[in-house]
Design a protein around this ligand. Sequence first.
Ligand code: G6P
Ligand code: MG
Length: 216
Amino acid sequence: MNIKACIFDLDGVIVDTAVYHYKAWKRLANQMGFDFTEHQNEQLKGVSRMASLDLILGWGNITNKTEAEKLELAAQKNEWYTEMIGQMTPAEILPGAREFVQTCRDAGLKTAIGSASKNTPTILNKLELTHLFDAIIDGNSVSIPKPDPEVFLKGAEALGVAPAACVVFEDAIAGIEAAINGDMKTVGIGSPETLTKANIVVSGLDKMSLTILAEL
Ligand code: G6P
Ligand code: MG
C-alpha cells in the first residue's frame, strides 16, 4: 500500500465535541441577548476559537467589541467548555475510532492527530487515547487555520512521512481542503453531499478498513 500514515482530525472524527462547543457558545450568545441554531453551529465545525466568536457576534449583529473584549468572551466560553469536557469519559469515543487507529498501528502505519483545538491534550487524556498517536499537532502549535495545510504538513513532518503517503480523516470542508492543499489523500467523515472534495466519504471510522485505505 502507498499509504504510510493516517492523520486524524479530533472533533467530529474521534469524538463528538460539537455538542459541548454549541452549549458553551450558546450560553455566551444568550448572555449577550441573542441565540443561534444548531444548524448555524454546523458552520463552526473546524473553525478556530476566535474565528468562531467572530461568526457568532456577526449572527447577533454585535459590532462594538474590542479585541480585548473578544479575548475575554472567548476565555469565558472556553471556561464553560472545559468544565464540560472535564467530565468526558472513553465511552464518548465515536464508534470504531479507537479500533481503527489501533488497526492502522498494527499494520505498521504511523498515526497522528491534526486538530485546530487548543484543548486537544485534555480531550485525548480524558478519552485515554494519547498513547495511540505518534504525533499530536493541535491549536497550540499551528498559526494558520485550515484550509491552510499547516496543521497536516506539520503532522507529516513529525511522522517523517511524505505528504503524498498520508491520508487525512476530516469531518469539516475546510479540513478536507487543508489536506488537499497539502497534497494528501482524504477520507471525509460525514455525508458525501457536504464533503464533495474528499477521495471517499464514510459515515464514521467504524466503516473504515485497511482494504478501503489501500484502494485510495
Ligand atoms: C475544532 C472544532 C471547532 C473549534 C476548534 C477550536 O476545530 O471543530 O469547533 O472551535 O477546534 O477549539 P478550541 O478547543 O481550541 O476552542
Ligand atoms: Mg472536526
